[in-house]
Design a protein around this ligand. Structure first.
Ligand SMILES: Cc1cc2nc3c(=O)[nH]c(=O)nc-3n(C[C@H](O)[C@H](O)[C@H](O)COP(=O)(O)OP(=O)(O)OC[C@H]3O[C@@H](n4cnc5c(N)ncnc54)[C@H](O)[C@@H]3O)c2cc1C
Length: 323
């Protein structure tokens, strides 16, 4: 069976997210006959051109409409379902907040199930995905004759290479009117100036041990000294020390930085599932028995309120010396 794949592009701030090229990398493992990328956008921006420069893309469909501002799943899902019905065998989107919001709605409208968190392709209908918080990997076989709607675990893929021969871009207009019940008003987002948690190469994360939102700022100070993004355990989020979008783990974000520094995080399995693909894991915890030390490449048994200021001092001195 030949695959005709549709990848839904993710973007923010006028730039294509790296997750799009990672989804394309997953789609290429299907050895597709064609690989289209649909870009839902509100403006005449460069997004479609960016998508066209990803190697392996056959065609970019630019779906431009004022209703696409804010990329609301309620607006996009019926339109994606309409497009998906046009002969595609697979529809893929990243397993990020964007894809996890959009794809189940589209799958429901198409009357099919959704395959979540594809981490490897074994054949056009055979995939590997994590289960039990990443403690087990299952191989699943999807029905042969139905449209496959799936999210791609982006921590498992490297972005597809850029191409110097851009794919053609075609406009695509949906015949589905926007829903009356949901519309985009505005986005209230905190601008931290720090790297994005899901794509950062370095992440400093704090746990319950930080004890308050004020003291959690210590995590931010170390992150800034390293040029890193900030993450948090669920306990820290639930206690209100850090915002929800910083949560790393099973019910938070799955990340794959080169360096992950865990401050006062015990290392519960639900947290570890979010950092399975991290490169070097560094843990600071005052309990030598903390499970985080079982996965850490470097561990320091210490009180973080003593160790972290000392680290920040050392980093600042080093930066001051221009080393
Ligand atoms: C269905 C489900 C989903 C979940 N999803 C997630 C998820 O996505 N992400 C997540 O993180 N958790 C998740 N959890 C919660 C998870 O089980 C843990 O409760 C949570 O990760 C604990 O967070 P923590 O390590 O910050 O806190 P704790 O377990 O309380 O650990 C705090 C650690 O800090 C250390 N410490 C204390 N003081 C200091 C100090 N001064 N200096 C240094 N170290 C110190 C302690 O020794 C301890 O190890 C989930 C749970 C369930 C049931």
């Amino acid at each position: 069976m030949t695959a005709k794949v549709l990848v839904v592009a993710e973007h923010r701030g006028g730039r294509l997210a790296e997750s799009t090229a990672k989804c394309v990398a997953c789609a290429l493992e299907l050895e597709p006959e064609s690989l289209d990328v649909v870009v839902f956008t509100a403006d005449a921006d460069e997004l479609a051109a960016e998508a066209a420069r990803i190697r392996g893309v056959t065609r970019v469909l630019e779906a431009r409409d004022a209703a696409h501002e804010g990329l609301l799943a309620a607006v996009l899902a019926p339109r994606l379902a309409e497009l998906a019905g046009r002969g595609y065998t697979h529809v893929l989107a990243p397993s990020t907040t964007f894809g996890k919001d959009l794809l189940p709605r589209a799958a429901a409208l198409l009357g099919v199930g959704q395959l979540s968190d594809i981490m490897a392709v074994e054949g056009p209908r055979r995939f590997k995905r994590p289960t039990y918080a990443g403690n087990a990997i299952v191989t699943v076989e999807a029905a042969p004759d139905r449209l496959l709607v799936g999210t791609v675990r982006i921590a498992s893929y490297r972005p597809a290479e850029p191409s110097d021969r851009p794919a053609p871009i075609e406009p695509w207009t949906s015949s589905v009117a926007p829903p009356g019940h949901t519309r985009y008003v505005r986005l209230d987002a905190t601008r931290t100036g720090r790297p994005d948690l899901q794509t950062a190469t370095k992440v400093v994360a704090g746990g319950r041990a930080l004890g308050s939102a004020e003291r959690f700022e210590l995590v931010g100070r170390l992150a800034d000294a390293l040029g890193a993004a900030i993450g948090a355990s669920r306990a820290a989020v639930d206690a209100g020390y850090a915002p929800n979008d910083l949560q790393v783990g099973q019910t938070g974000k799955v990340i794959a930085p080169d360096l992950y520094i865990a401050l006062g995080i015990s290392g519960a399995i639900q947290h570890l599932t979010g950092i399975k693909d991290a490169g070097t894991i560094v843990a600071i915890n005052k309990d030598p028995e903390a499970p985080i030390f079982e996965v850490a490449d470097l561990g320091l048994v210490a009180d973080l309120f003593e160790a972290v200021p000392a680290m920040i001092d050392a980093l600042e001195k080093r930066a001051g010396r221009g080393v």
